[in-house]
Design a protein around this ligand. Structure first.
Ligand code: PEP
Ligand code: MG
Length: 942
């Protein structure tokens, strides 16, 4: 995507303009200077002067740095600067948190080039250049790492800055912002200080600021005078000395190095680490630091700052969508401190329609911005999220990156851009992340009910779908509620990155302040989580955990149940009925397109005819796992369960056969209905694999009932139950072992399958039963069971007058020994299906039922990168799988191989399965579309 085109030198207007000729002259020198650079790695890449990076260098320059460079190459106005690479961050950590020595000269050289282009000098008392230090990882991590603005303001540079701008208020405001941000980010967070809640330096400064305003009767920061801001800055500096035991650095160079190191340190800050855990971003990627000339949106009413999306990120509509604030710095928009104004008429809504749009207030600049929007979108062929600043009427672009979007928007944009011929079908398929589909299939409030209820308050529709739960007011409460198995809605005045764990734990997020680009909105949208922001009608009292609803006596308390419609921005009291998102024809079309690229099959794990129907509607191409024992749970299964218990507690062959004869009716009924529901598609029916003790009745009443049926007393039942007790049931008398000890149990099930299949065939319909033997570890187990299966097949075929009943016999591969001996297992098996739940359990030696006790520690201490029961451990368990596939196919060419463990619906695992050559993956019905898309992505990626 890099554009190879002659480098353009930016000739900035305003105060910078008169220096542009000098800038050009200086910019000719780099070739000579580069030769003088010390030997060693190149860590610094400049942009805006002789731009050295481009959009393809994201791994090295981070997303922000790479795209700043690309925008420069496209002649878009970008303040000059340089990027310190992610590699430098990694080396910084490897070197024991020390900046590499070679960095000094590289930064100084890049800084002098930036100075030349901008026509200002860093630290110069007359014409000072100020810079920002911003993070920028390969993958965007909104708000998770730190930024310092206005770096370079000091007692030496302030007077020159005031003379230059003739705006002392602006300079002192910039200075107090620098002091606040620097103390918080560089002097506290980066130093690893963790003050008690409410005692952080930023909070203390905010309190001083509030007292200052309160004492003077001010409401907004903008009312503070120049002198007051100066006084405030010196108060802040005193606070820093008192609380952090150090002085705020007055040397611009010390500020710059502090800023660079602090951004690197923020990569390992608490919130960044927990965000990486959730998003699966590797720790070793590191962040880049972008040092860029400051431009100011807070220089008065001809200055402004804003963020925008080239299309609507919530719906995908092809409309320029954004927010802006006059006389403000960027952080004011994103932090949700002031409710921003709409950028244009298309962005207006109920909450902000009275505010002036940029289109109305600065039509010319808006036109220029819209032109850049079109240019960038055409170049990047995707929806972008852009940040801009207007300094005294001059527009500057500060960032552009591929914008986060809801699943609905992703789908709509992919289909629209395909129709606009901006992208081809392959790209369109790749534009929707498999896990985003989850959100398209999210529940919505039943529209019939919703039209008759009045919202309690309204806000902005920031995250899709609907959610209902108990209100909580802090992130900690949200985490605690989720742990207690409750669904909760996190209500905050506004969220900040510290809330991220709570936001994850809640089913929905609601904020009283902030716009569509606020922290809450960005994070929720990235996750596809239901979210409403800027519900201004709520007055949140976080300390007392209440929220008053404006214009009413209603006060919401912790524990009150509310329902959110995140697609409309409506909040309702109580729990409203939900329904699945209706069939969306665009979704169907998209999935059909994805299927054209997919080569691996997708089946479902379904235990009932009802599940089978749902899964087929989602596109399942068969059942990969029908767990026979599951038919004994749930609705209407009482009688079958009773008979199963009777069979399990039988102690003689005679008793057991009697119970089995009664049981077969139920087993056959469910198998037949499921085969019918799948209408000729393959159905893998796994023979019973019940942990026996789970089926022993616990209640006295059920025990008595069973005792009566078996003609023994209750004490006898208890005793038989105790006899079945195993110390380690997961490795006990389960799976094939049951069929080896009690052949009649296998015979009953196999008879049920063959009779069901024969009856379907006799009505002229097709069916494809696949008999799967579980928990095997040796080919002799298979040989043993296959004799029974063949005998039963012949018997039933004869009884039904059929030559044969089509079927296959295969095995689950879920014990490491079975992987090691897969070549032998394949001799007796027509197919394999990896039971990765048990294979992970036995591969790791982690009990699948008890991992909750230590998993979090393993993740926190970075011993494991992810929960191996959710996503296949490709390094370890993956090796077993690869080996089994290869060995299995060495003795049985074309062996059909699938997976039916929980990981079968996880996109990363699906990609692994594709690469390993599996025939299909099988997952729960609602994950079928996700697996289909992940398999299509895998095929496209190759
Ligand atoms: C497995 O072990 O992965 C599997 C699918 O079987 P179950 O979860 O029933 O043990
Ligand atoms: Mg298993």
């Amino acid at each position: 995507m890099a554009i190879k085109k002659p480098v353009r030198k930016i000739a900035p207007k305003t105060s910078v303009k008169k220096h542009s000729s000098k800038a050009s002259a200086t910019a000719k020198k780099p070739a000579k200077k580069a030769a003088k650079q010390p030997k060693g790695k190149k860590y610094v890449y400049i942009f805006g002067a002789k731009t050295e990076g481009n959009a393809s260098m994201k791994n090295l320059l981070g997303g922000k740095g790479a795209n700043l460079a690309e925008m420069c190459l496209l002649d878009v106005p970008v303040p000059a600067g340089f990027t310190v690479s992610t590699e430098c961050c990694t080396d910084y950590y490897e070197g024991g948190c020390k900046l590499p020595a070679v960095l000094t000269s590289q930064v100084l050289s890049a800084l002098s080039k930036t100075e030349a282009v901008m026509g200002m000098k860093y630290g110069d008392p007359e014409n000072p250049l100020l810079v920002s230090c911003r993070s920028g990882a390969r993958k965007s991590m909104p708000g998770m790492m730190d930024t310092v603005l206005n770096v370079g303001l000091s007692t030496a540079t302030i007077p020159g800055m005031i003379r230059k701008t003739n705006n002392p208020r602006f300079v002192w405001d910039s200075y107090r912002r620098l002091v606040m941000m620097y103390a918080d980010v560089v002097m506290e967070k980066a130093e690893g200080l963790e003050p008690a809640a409410g005692k952080g330096i930023r909070k203390l400064m905010d309190e001083v600021l509030d007292q200052f305003k309160h004492a003077r009767g001010y409401k907004a920061d903008t009312e503070l005078t120049s002198e007051e801001l100066q006084q405030l800055a010196s108060e802040f500096k005193k606070l820093i000395r008192q609380h952090l035991g150090k002085d705020f650095p007055d040397d611009p160079m010390a500020q710059l190095w502090g800023g660079i190191a602090a951004v690197f340190k923020s990569w390992n800050g608490k919130k960044a680490v927990s965000y990486r855990r959730i998003e699966g971003i590797p720790d070793e990627w590191g962040t880049a630091v972008n040092v860029q000339a400051m431009v100011f949106g807070n220089m008065g009413d001809t200055s402004a700052t804003g963020v925008a999306f080239t299309r609507d990120p919530a719906t995908g509509d092809n409309k320029f969508y954004g927010e802006w604030l006059v006389n403000a710095q960027g952080e004011d928009v994103v932090a949700g401190i002031r409710t921003p104004s709409p950028i244009n008429n298309d962005t207006k809504n109920e909450q902000n329609k009275h505010l002036h749009s940029m289109q109305e207030a600065m039509p010319e600049t808006y036109k220029q911005l819209n032109g850049i929007r079109v240019k960038l979108e055409k170049h990047f062929t995707d929806m972008l999220d852009i940040e801009f600043t207007i300094q005294e009427g001059k527009l500057w672009m500060l960032q552009c990156r591929v914008g986060k979007r809801t699943g609905t928007a992703a789908l709509n944009m992919a289909m629209d851009m395909l129709a606009e011929k901006l992208i081809d079908q392959k790209k369109a398929v790749m534009r929707v992340e498999p896990k985003q589909l989850d959100e398209l299939l999210h529940p919505i409030i039943d529209p019939k009910t919703e039209k008759d209820v009045k919202p309690l308050v309204k806000g902005l529709p920031a995250g899709p779908g609907a959610a209902s739960g108990e209100l909580v007011f802090t992130a900690e409460d949200a985490v605690a509620a989720a742990r207690a198995g409750k669904t909760c809605i996190l209500l905050r005045e506004e969220t900040n990155p510290e809330d991220v764990e709570g936001m994850r734990a809640a089913v929905g997020i609601l904020t009283a302040r902030g716009g569509m680009t606020s922290h809450a909105a960005l994070v929720a949208r990235g996750w596809g989580k239901c979210c409403i922001v800027g519900a201004g009608g709520l007055h949140v009292d976080a300390a007392n955990k209440t929220a008053k609803v404006a214009g009413s006596d209603i006060v919401l308390k912790a524990g009150d149940v509310v329902t959110l419609n995140g697609t409309k921005g409506h909040v309702y009291t109580g729990s409203l009925p939900m329904m699945d998102a209706t069939e969306n024809p665009r979704f169907q079309k998209f999935m059909a397109m994805a299927d054209k690229f997919r080569t691996m099959g997708v089946r479902t794990n379904a235990d009932t005819p009802a599940d089978a129907k749902v899964a087929r509607a989602f596109g399942a191409e068969g059942i990969g796992l029908f767990r026979t024992e599951h038919m004994f749970y749930g609705e209407g299964s009482d009688q079958a369960l009773f008979l199963l218990r009777k069979m399990i507690l039988s102690t003689t062959l005679d008793e057991r056969c009697k119970a089995l004869n009664e049981l077969i009716v139920f087993v056959k009924r469910d198998i037949k209905a499921t085969l019918e529901a799948m209408d000729g598609l393959p159905v893998t029916i796994r023979l019973l694999d019940p942990p026996l003790h789970e089926f022993v009745p616990q209640s006295a009443e059920k025990q008595a009932e069973l005792a009566k049926a078996l003609g023994i007393d209750a004490a006898g039942i208890k005793k038989r139950g105790e006899d079945l007790h195993e110390n380690n049931p997961m490795m006990g008398h389960r799976g094939v072992r049951l069929g080896i000890t009690y052949p009649e149990v296998t015979e009953m099930q196999v008879r049920a399958i063959f009779e069901a299949a024969a009856e379907i065939i006799q009505t002229g319909k097709k069916c494809k039963p696949e008999i799967m033997i579980p928990v095997t570890c040796d080919m002799n187990e298979l040989k043993n069971q296959k004799v029974l299966i063949a005998r039963m097949h012949d018997a039933v075929a004869k009884e039904k007058g059929l030559k044969q009943i089509p079927h296959m016999v295969g095995t689950m591969i879920e014990i490491p020994r079975a992987c090691l001996l897969a070549d032998k297992m394949a001799l007796e098996s027509e197919f394999f299906s990896f039971g990765t739940n048990d294979l992970t359990q036995m591969g790791f030696g982690f009990s699948r039922d008890d991992i909750g006790g230590f998993l979090q520690d393993y993740l926190d201490k970075k011993i494991l990168a992810a929960d191996p029961f959710q996503t296949i451990d490709q390094e370890g368990v993956g090796q077993l799988i690869r080996m089994a596939v290869q060995k299995g196919r060495s003795t049985r060419e074309g062996l059909k191989v699938g997976i039916c463990g929980e990981q079968g619906g996880d996109p990363a695992s699906v990609k692994f399965c594709y690469k390993t050559g599996l025939t299909y993956v099988s997952c729960s019905p609602y994950r079928v579309p996700i697996a289909r898309l992940a398999a299509a992505h895998a095929a496209i990626e190759g």
